[in-house]
Write a protein that binds this ligand. Structure first.
Ligand SMILES: NC(=O)c1ccc[n+]([C@@H]2O[C@H](COP(=O)([O-])OP(=O)(O)OC[C@H]3O[C@@H](n4cnc5c(N)ncnc54)[C@H](OP(=O)(O)O)[C@@H]3O)[C@@H](O)[C@H]2O)c1
Length: 264
């Protein structure tokens, strides 16, 4: 990706970005000339990611647990200070543990709700305030999952909680559109990261198969015949964060190789 992506010079915060989809998005912004704050909850992994990203451009890391309100406040304050304002929030988050509905405890629901509902809503509020304060025509992009359209039985908490993000995107798009802020979401399908490895391993344990067999079964269900890559998700993120999508707000874009079967 290059300056043609249309995000050069913009000030960007990408959460949960020490690896996987978040890291892929952060790398695309850095390579396209944006200034980027990346976050994760683990100091060592984040430092390693910042080291790699810094080879391509201007990056700063903030260790913060997305489940903790005080961490979210600190993340926004430090990002705003380092960036000198905020133009774009890309919200990625950690994953709740795999499991069926009957396997979930109160603590599992509490953790998932913090990670997938409370945290994005609260961070969006803080980000909107930062964007309005710096006079930015802000953009927000929320990464969710195709599970919000077609629940996946073995990731029950994710299938239930992530639907809230679709409501959040529409709510924010209506309230913030008149103030010049666009808000959209992306529904990744199956993307080749550690998370998919975890889901595949879990399925193999349940079904008495091997991870390779489970992965092949997943791929058979995808019309394009393979898992996606973080780079392919990043292309969609950059589109929604740039003026190339200037008339798009409140949208939820599947990037899933055609995996979703439902219409609308
Ligand atoms: N891969 C897929 O196919 C797929 C599809 C749909 C949706 N998703 C969802 O998209 C998100 C990213 O997935 P991924 O595949 O990129 O997963 P991943 O490779 O496992 O990366 C997860 C990222 O989240 C960070 N993280 C975890 N808990 C955190 C916390 N409490 N606070 C801050 N950061 C935290 C991790 O960093 P540290 O460990 O350094 O904190 C890591 O950078 C997940 O929510 C996943 O469920 C993934």
């Amino acid at each position: 990706m290059t300056a043609e992506a249309g995000v050069a010079g913009t000030r960007v915060l990408v959460t949960a970005a020490s690896q996987g989809i978040g890291y892929g998005a952060a790398r695309a912004f850095v390579r396209s000339g944006a200034r980027v704050v990346v976050n994760s909850s683990h100091e060592g992994r984040l430092a390693a990611a910042v080291g790699r990203l810094s080879e391509a451009g201007d990056v700063h890391g903030v260790v913060a647990d997305l489940r903790q309100a005080a961490d979210l406040d600190r993340l926004l304050a430090e990002s705003q200070q380092w960036l000198g304002g905020l133009d774009t929030l890309v919200y990625v988050t950690g994953s709740p543990s795999p499991g069926t509905f009957l396997e979930q405890s109160y603590e599992d629901w509490d953790r998932a709700a913090r990670l997938l509902v409370v945290s994005p809503a609260y961070l969006a509020r803080k980000a909107a305030e930062a964007m309005l304060a710096s006079g930015s025509r802000g953009r927000m992009v929320f990464l969710t999952s195709i599970a919000i359209r077609e629940p996946i039985p073995t990731i029950a908490t994710s299938s239930v909680c992530r639907i809230a993000v679709a409501g959040l995107v529409r709510t924010l798009a209506r309230e913030l559109g008149p103030k010049g802020i666009r808000v959209n979401g992306i529904l990744p399908g199956y993307v080749a990261t550690d998370r998919v490895a975890e889901v595949v391993d879990d399925a193999a344990r349940r079904n008495g198969t091997t991870p390779a067999e489970e992965r092949a079964a997943l791929e058979r269900e995808i019309p394009l015949g393979r898992l996606g890559t973080p780079e392919e998700i990043a292309e969609a993120v950059l589109f929604l964060a740039s003026d190339r999508s200037s008339y798009v707000t409140g949208a939820m874009l599947p990037v899933d190789g055609g995996r979703l079967r439902s219409v609308g």
